[in-house]
Ligand binder design. Structure first.
Ligand code: SAM
Length: 216
């Protein structure tokens, strides 16, 4: 990657793992970053690919609601569909099942996001989703299927619709267990470096980082 990211240390808001185990990533860190960047001043909605149990979605939706923005969510909510193999040989579906502890992913998501009328859920494989030319996003977060094909696909679902100054976050960057994420992200950044003005890495739960790209 030619654009060297700046490491952003979020205040003291990385939540402890047992604080809200159903929010895998620790979205407070993300919300802090977006507020510090005053993203609400930009045109466009939020979008998340890979919502899992929806705890993070609810935190994004609470922020978005204050600024009359929508949160679009793309996720099939079928834990068995994602057979991506991690470096240590565990399937993504097994990770999902372990965190769900017998619960339905869809029902848990619906429970987490109940009461928000600014969430639009698209229950699909992200490779089947494309938005019309008029759609504008000011923030996107990618944490869906962790194989290279999907990460590249997910970038193209969002990036063409991101407004100038808008931010795209990619979770699991440089995380050893899902190496295809980093391969895909580095390729994307190389190919599109002339469209990116800043890059940040933020660290949240499990010390896993996200790369955040700011669009020119
Ligand atoms: C690691 S989890 C997301 C965790 C969530 N961002 C959090 O921090 O709480 C990955 C999610 O991606 C979803 N997913 C898997 N394959 C997908 C695909 N092809 N399109 C969209 N979402 C997908 C899974 O259903 C799962 O909910």
């Amino acid at each position: 990657m030619s654009l060297e990211p700046v490491f952003f240390r979020p205040s003291d808001r990385v939540p402890p793992l047992d604080d809200d185990p159903d929010d895998f990533m620790g979205y407070e860190v993300l919300v802090d970053f977006l507020e510090q960047r005053a993203l609400q001043q930009l045109d466009g909605d939020f979008i998340e690919i890979g919502a899992f149990m929806g705890r993070g979605t609810a935190k994004l939706a609470a922020l978005a609601r204050r600024y009359d923005k929508m949160v679009y969510v793309i996720d099939p909510f079928e834990p068995g569909l994602d057979q991506t193999l991690s470096k240590s040989g565990i399937k993504a579906s097994e990770v999902y099942e372990a965190f769900l502890r017998g619960r339905s992913m869809l029902e848990t998501y619906q429970e987490s996001t109940r009461g928000f009328d600014n969430i639009l859920t698209i229950r699909e494989d992200s490779r089947k989703v494309r938005f019309g030319g008029e759609q504008r996003f000011c923030f996107g977060f990618i944490d869906g299927c962790h194989d290279q094909v999907h990460v590249e696909n997910d970038y193209y679902v969002i990036w063409p619709h991101l407004v100038p100054g808008g931010i795209l976050g990619l979770h699991d960057y440089r995380f050893d267990e899902w190496p295809e994420v980093t391969t895909a992200v580095d390729k994307i950044v190389d190919r599109h470096s002339d469209e990116i003005c800043e890059a940040y890495e933020i660290e949240a739960k499990y010390s896993i980082r996200s790369l955040l790209l700011v669009k020119k």
